[in-house]
Design a binder for this molecule. Structure first.
Ligand code: ZN
Length: 220
């Protein structure tokens, strides 16, 4: 609690003065352009990765950056909170870019690799939740493009990003805008402080260093 209160005081005295004009504008409403779905992991900070300011990114965080897919009814088979964020982001805020960002050394992916049922007694909700990541195992087994030099947990994490994007695409607000909504697969290597992007035309995750970003930004 002490740390929380000290942080709040620091925000009020050190950060808030320079941010007051921005927050004054944001007080009237938000118009983010990106919906980012990422893991609850404390080491992944979406705004840091994208150098964005408050108001720029609509964020959903979940254990394992997992999005439970939509069922035939259109409702989530696992978590209507996530589904609500997708509906609100697209239908109300008008967002057209959605990124799922996974990361290295992910505890959720490790639990799947180790066998999530081992956690049944301690964390039954977690075990049930991770079921929505199991399809990534199958995906990994047929994804020979994923860097074999990575640890198994990280390879599963990359396959999981692609799997969760498929789950995102199962929701009607996304499905009915096929071609209009852009889906992005990101992966953050924490130890290397490097973000990679899955480039469909190259069929693999590519590290976003300065040269690669310049290539992506260059006029086609
Ligand atoms: Zn994680």
């Amino acid at each position: 609690m002490q740390r929380l209160l000290k942080g709040l005081i620091n925000f009020k005295t050190e950060l808030a003065p320079s941010m007051r004009p921005l927050f004054k504008d944001l007080g009237a409403g938000q118009a983010p352009e990106l919906l980012m779905i990422t893991c609850s992991d404390s080491r992944v900070v979406p705004h840091l990765l994208t150098s964005e300011e408050p108001g720029d990114v609509f964020v959903v965080r979940s254990v394992g950056n997992i999005i439970a897919p939509a069922g035939k009814s259109g409702f989530s088979v696992g978590d209507v909170s996530e589904a609500s964020a997708i509906e609100y982001g697209l239908e109300v805020l008008g967002i057209r870019d959605i990124a799922v960002c996974g990361h290295s050394n992910c505890g959720a992916m490790k639990a799947i690799v180790d066998g999530r049922e081992k956690l049944s007694a301690l964390a039954p909700n977690l075990v049930a939740w991770l079921e929505h990541g199991e399809a990534a195992r199958t995906r990994l087994s047929v994804s020979d493009f994923i860097d074999p030099s990575l640890p198994e947990v990280d390879r599963l994490s990359q396959a999981n990003v692609l799997q969760q994007l498929d789950h995102v695409a199962s929701y009607l607000p996304v499905a009915k805008r096929r071609g209009e909504v852009r889906l992005h697969a990101l992966w953050f290597d924490i130890g290397k402080t490097m973000v990679s992007l899955f480039e469909a035309e190259r069929g693999r995750f590519v590290a976003l260093d300065e040269a690669e970003i310049a290539r992506l930004l260059a006029p086609k």
